[in-house]
Design a protein around this ligand. Structure first.
Ligand SMILES: *[C@@H]1O[C@H](CO)[C@@H](O)[C@H](O)[C@H]1NC(C)=O
Ligand SMILES: *[C@@H]1O[C@H](CO)[C@@H](O)[C@H](O)[C@H]1NC(C)=O
Length: 229
């Protein structure tokens, strides 16, 4: 009996090993070998676009963003929305505008605001003439896609975005916010300037999905190469 169960355990181990290696054999996605999607490099010229404050009295209405010119983002949305391999056969909804979220609504509502940091203070740091947020430099990493079955409604959700890289200027803004937060007595452990996955949301099915849903919009989510030209 003991022999039989250890045999079964061995067989199970062999089976999982075979499954694991066959999974590894599956051709991984190599975005580099594909024809890249191109976004107009004018998308980086954000310095002349006015900073747009996002303030409100309800939850999730206070956040900080870097506004982009949607004119340069829309062609990428249209391509993704028209290409089944990129959108997984899902027509996507668009917000009709483009931005990079820099301070997320839950960061403001749950962490910064309870420590006495106001949205007006965050907006003031953003328009500091020494380091205006709208002039922050950033680069594009790839086209990303995340999906999850949301809880508790049990709905398949998908969101497509441009994943960013080289966003030190944006982290520098967040570092200023952290300094203000700590100066006001906030617990330094609760806000990390660098723990942040900036991206440009292109579109989604039903609704956008976030870290709170369990998805990470970093390099891990790349599905296709994308370059600025
Ligand atoms: C594609 O969409 C279907 C549902 O329509 C889903 O079951 C599947 O997991 C999706 N694949 C990916 C990679 O998102
Ligand atoms: C996305 O594509 C669908 C067709 O598959 C179209 O009906 C819809 O209008 C497109 N969405 C936008 C925002 O253009």
């Amino acid at each position: 009996m003991r022999f039989a169960s250890s045999l079964i355990a061995t067989l199970a181990l062999v089976a999982t090993t075979v499954l694991a290696s066959s999974h590894q054999d599956k051709k991984p996605h190599h975005p580099k070998h594909e024809k890249p999607i191109v976004i107009d490099k004018k998308v980086f010229n954000t310095g002349k676009i006015p900073f747009h404050p996002n303030t409100g009295s309800a939850l999730f209405t206070n956040w900080v963003g870097l506004t982009l010119d949607y004119k340069y983002v829309k062609p990428v949305f249209d391509l993704v929305n028209a290409t089944a391999s990129l959108n997984n056969n899902t027509a996507l909804l668009s917000r009709g505008e483009a931005h990079i979220t820099v301070i997320l609504p839950p960061e403001y509502d749950n962490i910064l605001h309870p420590a006495g940091v106001t949205i007006e203070e965050l907006n003031k740091i953003a328009v500091d003439p020494k380091r205006p947020l709208q002039k922050a430099r950033f680069g594009v990493e790839c086209l990303g896609r995340v999906q999850v079955v949301s809880k508790p409604d049990n709905v398949y959700q998908q969101a497509v975005q441009i994943i960013l890289k080289d966003f030190q200027d944006i982290v520098a803004y967040r570092q200023k916010v952290w300094e203000l937060f700590v100066k006001k007595g906030g617990n330094p452990a609760l806000f990390d300037a660098g723990n942040f996955l900036p991206h440009i949301t292109l579109g989604f099915k039903h609704r956008d999905i976030f870290v709170e849903d369990g998805v990470f919009k970093g390099k891990n989510a790349c599905i296709h190469s994308l370059i600025a030209k």
